[in-house]
Design a protein around this ligand. Structure first.
Ligand SMILES: Nc1ncnc2c1ncn2[C@@H]1O[C@H](COP(=O)(O)OP(=O)(O)OP(=O)(O)O)[C@@H](O)[C@H]1O
Length: 598
């Protein structure tokens, strides 16, 4: 049997970290998904039962036909009755199946909705460890497996169980001894099922994990598509993705092996039961203890009894796949997520006074097994104006932003915004005060307008026009064929690097931030774009607090104050002139490649 905490098969830290789900918990989750639909399940089950009952009348009617035939009577009535029973049974069973299928689709939708909601609310450190491709496969293919469970498997299980019981009752009425012979053979299959089912589940879980891995690998190649081509790495990347696909195939084949074994067992048991009943029943007919028509009817019931066994085994196999899918879906549900918070209203122009930031002895590391990144960082950014953070690469500057946004929590020390500890701000309210422009200025697939209003969906046309003018994007919009409605391509590839940065800044400005966090691009901009950006930032700093991670000398010379970081500590602060006079590292930064002179 699979045990709680089965090792999924790869020893990477991310895999080890994820919470595993035991058999019983997986069943509970699966049943929780079905519970809201129990009425539909019951109705679908009852219709299937009615369909099965109509089917169960068949052997009895067949017996009547044979008896009537033997007695030289007319067979028209019984044959017509038989046909009507078959038709009615099929229609009723189809209606039951439709209900169950519809229920399956509803369950898949609900689980996708929950999963997507959960993924988007996961804490940033969890997403740092996960791979987007694997997440996609969980939302897509794992939930699809769930549907198979809720439709095919449940429908067959419910219908099969009813048919089995009905046939057993009819057979008990007809001949208890022969039923005993049949059930003895059936018991063998049941034992086999109990042994095989957990193996199918494990193999299926591994197959799904391999599929997730394949998604991750393909995602990796697509995310760096141009680099893959420029590096001539198409063949190597194809090989990596294919290796994961091959792994999925191998694991799928292992699952298929167990499934086939179960199928062989079911089929053999049907044959064995048939032969045993034929042998014992034949002897009883020969000795005159049983009529031949009764034996024929019994043999027909035998098929009604054993055919659902095949169905039930198949359903249980599907259920094992479904349980594997539930396990993978639940792994995400068990990861720490941010609290659900209604998005706070955007600050109004009047109420959006600039806020300051204070870091007091902040100690932070990204993970327990990673080195400390901030060794007691202390600095103060007063409300309003522009403060620049400078320092060599890896000094911990971007980490300051991650902590302010509460993507990560400081291990020690305190961070306050507007004089209030950030842990005391409701998360939604905290983030609504902030505008954040990442260094690589991500632009999302969609139109230019969608990108601009991404953080402020209620922004008016006038506000958009103002943000465009401030970021000098108005020229671009005029040139674009569809203006604001022009699609910008996947990750904004249809825009230039400078345009993407300005779009990201305009997007942040439309949120009317009380504190703008700007991670300056390290890439060299042309002189015109660079001047424009500098003007924009200087203008914004007159209205709000701007904290900029500066990579350019021109940015720091325009800043009201500068904080110099080195290896996770603040080593100096002051104005450009003060620091040039007093701090050797700053002097070096200003004179060398760390701060690019433009
Ligand atoms: N998500 C993360 N998980 C683990 N470690 C990280 C993560 N992000 C950054 N680090 C590590 O933390 C340290 C500080 O990184 P940070 O990005 O804050 O530096 P930085 O001063 O902004 O550098 P740069 O100027 O090159 O952007 C680096 O050593 C980096 O490897």
């Amino acid at each position: 049997m699979a045990t709680d905490g089965d090792d999924p098969g790869d020893g990477s830290p991310a895999r080890q970290r994820k919470a595993s789900l035991g058999d019983r918990a997986a069943w509970r989750v699966l049943l929780d998904q079905v519970r809201p639909h129990r009425r539909t399940l019951l109705l679908g089950g009852l219709l299937s039962l009615a369909g099965s009952l109509a089917g169960l009348a068949m052997p009895l009617m067949a017996k009547q036909v044979i008896d009537a035939f033997g007695a030289g009577g007319t067979t028209t009535g019984p044959v017509l009755g038989l046909s009507a029973a078959v038709m009615a049974g099929a229609l009723v069973a189809a209606a039951g199946r439709f209900l169950l299928e519809r229920m399956g689709e509803t369950i898949v939708l609900a689980s996708r909705r929950t999963l997507v909601d959960r993924i988007l609310r996961l804490r940033v450190p969890e997403v740092d460890r996960l791979s987007p491709g694997d997440l996609l496969s969980r939302v897509g293919s794992d939930t699809t497996l769930l549907r198979a469970v809720c439709t095919d498997a449940l429908a067959s299980l419910v219908g099969g169980a009813f048919t089995f019981l009905g046939a057993a009752v009819m057979m008990a009425v007809m001949d208890g001894l022969l039923l005993g012979v049949t059930l003895a053979v059936v018991a063998l299959v049941a034992v086999m099922g109990v042994v095989i089912a957990p193996r199918i589940r494990r193999a299926s879980l591994r197959a799904q994990e391999a599929l997730g891995e394949m998604g991750s690998m393909l995602d990796r190649a697509l995310q760096a598509f141009r680099t893959v081509k420029a590096s001539g790495a198409e063949i190597r990347e194809t090989a990596v993705v294919t290796a994961a696909a091959t792994e999925a195939r191998d694991r799928g084949v292992a699952a298929a092996g167990w499934t086939s074994l179960a199928g062989v067992g079911a089929w053999t048991s049907i044959q064995l039961a048939f032969l045993a009943v034929l042998g014992v029943g034949g002897a009883r007919v020969a000795s005159g203890e049983m009529e031949i028509s009764a034996l024929i009817a019994f043999l027909m019931y035998l098929f009604y009894l054993v055919s659902p066994i095949g169905q039930v085994i198949q359903s249980l196999t599907q259920m094992q796949n479904g349980l594997a899918a539930v396990t993978r879906i639940q792994e995400i549900a068990l990861l720490p997520a941010e609290p659900v918070a209604a998005p706070a209203p955007m600050p109004t122009q009047a109420g959006g006074d600039p806020v300051g930031v204070t870091f007091t002895d902040v100690v932070f590391r990204y993970d327990e097994d990673r080195p400390i990144v901030h060794h007691g960082v202390t600095f103060e950014v007063p409300a309003g104006g522009m403060t620049a953070l400078v320092g060599p690469s890896g000094a911990g500057k971007s980490t300051v932003f991650g902590l302010i946004e509460r993507f990560y929590e400081a291990d020690e020390g305190a961070i306050a915004i507007g004089g209030r500890d950030i842990r005391d701000w409701p998360l939604g309210e905290l983030r609504s005060m902030l505008g954040y422009v990442e260094q690589d200025a991500p632009v999302l697939a969609g139109t230019l307008r969608e990108n601009l209003v991404f953080g402020a969906p209620e922004a008016t046309g006038e506000e958009i026009a103002r943000a465009l003018a401030r970021t000098r994007l108005d020229d671009l919009v005029e040139r674009l064929p569809e203006g604001l409605e022009t699609p910008v391509g996947h990750r904004g590839v249809l825009l230039s690097g400078g345009e993407r940065q300005r779009v990201a800044i305009a997007r942040a400005l439309l949120r009317r931030p009380r504190l703008l966090l700007l991670d300056e691009a390290t890439s060299q901009l042309d002189a015109v774009n660079e001047l424009r950006l500098r003007e924009v930032v200087a203008e914004v700093a007159r209205e709000t607090t701007v904290l900029v991670i500066a990579h350019r000398l021109s940015t720091v010379t325009g800043a009201d104050r500068i904080v110099v970081m080195e290896a996770g500590r603040v080593r100096a602060w002051g104005t450009h002139d003060e620091l040039v006079a007093a701090d050797a590292l700053y002097r070096e930064l200003a004179a060398t490649q760390f701060l690019v002179a433009t």
